[in-house]
Design a binder for this molecule. Structure first.
Ligand code: NAP
Length: 296
């Protein structure tokens, strides 16, 4: 039986409409316009596309967006200066530093320089700690998007065995933290796998919900998936494809065609987790504006 396709684009649209309605209410009732500043260093083509998508999404939802595109040779001190300036700017409620940064820039130090109360990406050590303590303030956007997608599609992780492949600080680890939280949208039993997990398939085959976040194109194949599992593909890789006008296309970590024959439900790439990440960024920016102005 072919799997149900979990349509991230549709679910993200709903979230974006909710954010737009809430932003309009904040503006009308409190004179507050949530603002997001995005800091991009260098000219990585994929990062430029992501930044443009975030700006367009902000504008569409009635949020203000501030682009800070710095040249690739910008020093770490200059980047920290810019972040300090944004930390003080009252029109900026959320700050996002687009990753990856150039290799010579210290990433933890840069992310840690963003004021915790403007850290809409949820990467500041304080926000990471609050999440682990079970009192989250800002939750990283991709894990939050995955949780939202599961809940909105009727796949509550409570009581399920969730197997996550990938332990990055951006996706895998925070996802583990939110899905095992003693709270709605949590209460799963979570197994976290990584590149040092021996016999990965032994774990993935036990998953009620399997989440792939490795960055290894199409490496989760049908024999690695339990019949009837829900499969969420976070991975995004560009692979060569001579049949596409661009000569390449985006694929996930899951071998979609094979796994879709076995899974109960599956997210596509593109059009699955990606749109949810942006929708959650808007939601977090709204939350930051509410916190700042002490609005419930
Ligand atoms: P990352 O920092 O490179 O982490 C990859 C993780 O996968 C690591 O924990 C690594 O293990 C593990 N891994 C790699 N190869 C593996 C293998 N063969 N078997 C088992 N585990 C393996 O990547 P990331 O930032 O988490 O991103 C992961 C993927 O998600 C990428 O394709 C990225 O583009 C995509 N992504 C998508 C979104 C979105 O919005 N859709 C957002 C963020 C990321 P070790 O820790 O042992 O090295």
């Amino acid at each position: 039986m072919a799997a149900t396709i979990i349509d991230g684009t549709r679910h993200a649209r709903t979230v974006r409409q909710e954010v737009a309605a809430e932003a309009a209410r904040l503006r009308a009732e409190h004179g507050v316009v949530p603002g997001l500043a995005v800091v991009l260093v260098g000219d990585d083509p994929a990062s430029k596309v992501y930044v443009r998508m975030k700006r367009d999404a902000c504008e569409e939802a009635g949020l203000r967006s501030f682009d800070h595109h710095l040249p690739g040779e910008t020093t770490e001190a200059e980047i920290l200066d810019r972040i300090a300036h944004l930390n003080r700017d009252p029109a900026v409620h959320g700050i996002l530093v687009q990753l990856p940064l150039p290799p010579r820039i210290n990433e933890p130090r840069t992310l840690g320089a963003v004021a915790a109360e403007k850290d809409v990406d949820g990467f500041h050590p304080l926000n990471v700690g609050l999440l682990l303590l079970g009192t989250p303030r800002f939750v990283p956007c991709t894990p939050l998007g995955v949780q939202h997608l599961l809940m909105q599609s009727g796949f509550d992780p409570a009581g399920q065995h969730v197997v996550i492949v990938g332990r990055s600080t951006v996706v895998g680890k925070p996802l583990m933290a939110i899905l095992c939280q003693k709270a709605p949208g949590g209460n799963a039993t979570v197994t976290l796998c990584h590149s040092q997990t021996p016999d990965l398939a032994r774990f993935t085959r036990q998953a009620d919900i399997l989440i792939a976040a490795m960055g290894c194109p199409r490496s989760i194949t049908a024999p690695m998936v339990r019949e009837g599992a829900v499969v969420i593909d976070v991975g995004v890789s560009r692979v060569a494809d001579s049949s596409s006008p661009k000569g390449s296309r985006l694929v996930g970590d899951v071998d979609f065609d094979g796994v879709a024959q076995k899974a109960r439900a599956i997210t596509p790439v593109p059009g699955g987790v990606g749109p949810m990440t942006i929708a959650m960024l808007l939601k977090n920016t709204l939350l930051a504006a509410r916190y700042r102005h002490n609005l419930p």
